[in-house]
Design a protein around this ligand. Structure first.
Ligand SMILES: Cc1cc2nc3c(=O)[nH]c(=O)nc-3n(C[C@H](O)[C@H](O)[C@H](O)COP(=O)(O)O)c2cc1C
Length: 178
């Protein structure tokens, strides 16, 4: 299967990059092909809501790195959203990619895909991931994708904290389960 990891952290070597790495190791060990979109380090512009794509066969008015990302999204059987928790939701970096799904909504909704969420935040309260979990779940329902699982790493504000946590092994196990 083709697995596409979409990373939304500005930190190339941060907390969530370790979650992504472990998931990738698991998925590769299970024989899957893994590709990656590093949203924060690519030229990806915000959706303008101009509806140009609706009048031009799904072609976006922006000419940026989403041109490479669109075929990867199309080819993926499983899509993994990896993000630090920013104000209890996705980072703006990964949200830009999600909003740009708009240009290929119909195609994406017609394709059976599995979706995964890997998130990390500094807070320890059990409600801290409620917002992002609910958003992810509703997004999956809209896209008609299977919400195939998540790792929600509470109390992980740094690399050191996540290294000592149970969450990296959870990400590896989830990757193997694809
Ligand atoms: C702008 C900003 C907003 C944040 N908001 C939250 C939050 O709402 N809840 C939380 O638990 N942690 C929050 N954090 C902490 C990060 O989610 C946490 O440090 C995470 O491990 C960073 O991951 P990274 O190293 O992969 O970027 C925030 C950090 C920043 C910079």
């Amino acid at each position: 299967m083709n697995v596409l990891i979409i990373k939304g952290s500005p930190h190339e070597k941060g907390t969530t990059s370790l979650l992504a790495k472990k998931f990738e190791e698991g998925a590769r060990a299970a024989g899957h092909v893994v590709q990656e979109i590093d949203a924060a380090h690519m030229d990806i512009k915000s959706c303008l809501g101009c509806n140009y794509c609706r009048k031009n066969n799904g072609i976006c008015v922006h000419n940026d790195d989403m041109a490479d990302a669109y075929p990867m999204l199309s080819d993926a059987d499983a899509i993994v959203f990896v993000t630090p928790l920013y104000y209890f939701g996705f980072t703006s970096q990964i949200k830009k990619v999600i909003d740009r799904f708009y240009a290929m909504n119909s195609e994406l909704r017609a394709e059976a895909k599995m979706a995964y969420l890997l998130a990390a935040g500094a807070d320890r309260e059990d409600w801290a991931m409620e917002g992002i979990s609910a958003t992810f779940d509703v997004m999956c329902r809209y896209l008609r994708w299977e919400n195939a699982g998540s790792v929600l790493a509470l109390g992980c504000g740094s690399r050191e904290e996540i290294k000592e946590s149970k969450y990296l092994s959870q990400a590896e196990v989830l990757g193997r389960s694809v």
